[in-house]
Design a protein around this ligand. Structure first.
Ligand code: HEM
Length: 175
């Protein structure tokens, strides 16, 4: 219950993070002509994580030794480009105040580091014998990694579409 003396002068709560001047400074700095480099690079680990899962499934189904080679290369290239995309994303996170200040950016960072560890493990277990590595652990790891890729990618999209991170607020095309 509000005391009589406080009636009419209820204080509005302000979010101390939102109150900072840097809150709206979300424009990408690691970009080509305003287009974030990270967003262009993540397409590769996302696609290749699903390719690895598909290759494992096709090997299980057909027994064709072609598929373990596909899995080995897609897991390896997915991991390497994923690490590069992660480095670019981390540079963005540290360099742009409006990205650094939001907890959602750090959630994405933690999800991404977990994903990169899985992508790396899925590659390393295949290096000795790509065919023997698939059943059961390679296929299982590919399935979990594909799920984690979906979660991390969805969350990355949330950063852009919900929080306008990496965008150019107020930018208008010249007439
Ligand atoms: C390791 C550290 C990572 C950091 C610090 C990071 C940071 C960011 C940031 C700041 C953005 C906003 C757009 C921009 O400014 O570039 C973003 C978007 C995004 N991230 Fe990451 N990221 C990381 C790794 C990953 C990985 C491994 C994936 C792969 C699934 C990923 C998927 C995405 C997606 C899909 C977007 C949305 C792109 C768009 O729709 O434009 N991120 N990330």
């Amino acid at each position: 219950m509000i005391k009589k003396s406080n009636r009419g002068r209820r204080r509005r709560l302000t979010d101390p993070i939102q109150a900072r001047d840097s809150f709206d400074a979300t424009e990408s700095k690691i970009a080509i002509a305003g287009h974030p480099l990270h967003a262009m690079m993540v397409a590769f680990p996302i696609t290749l994580a699903f390719c690895t899962f598909a290759a494992d499934g096709l090997y299980w189904w057909t027994g064709d030794p072609f598929w373990p080679r596909v899995g080995l290369w897609s897991a390896g290239v997915g991991f390497c480009v994923g690490v590069l995309a992660g480095i670019v994303g981390t540079m963005e996170l540290l360099a742009v105040a409006g990205i650094r200040i939001r907890s959602a950016s750090w959630t994405h960072f933690i999800l991404a580091v977990m994903l990169l560890s899985m992508l790396g493990a899925n590659w390393i277990i295949r290096l000795d014998d790509a065919e023997a590595a698939i059943l059961p652990w390679g296929a299982l790891l590919s399935m979990v990694t594909a799920g984690m890729t979906a979660i991390t990618g969805w969350h990355g999209g949330k950063l852009v579409f919900d929080y306008q991170i990496g965008t150019q607020p107020g930018h208008r095309d010249p007439p």
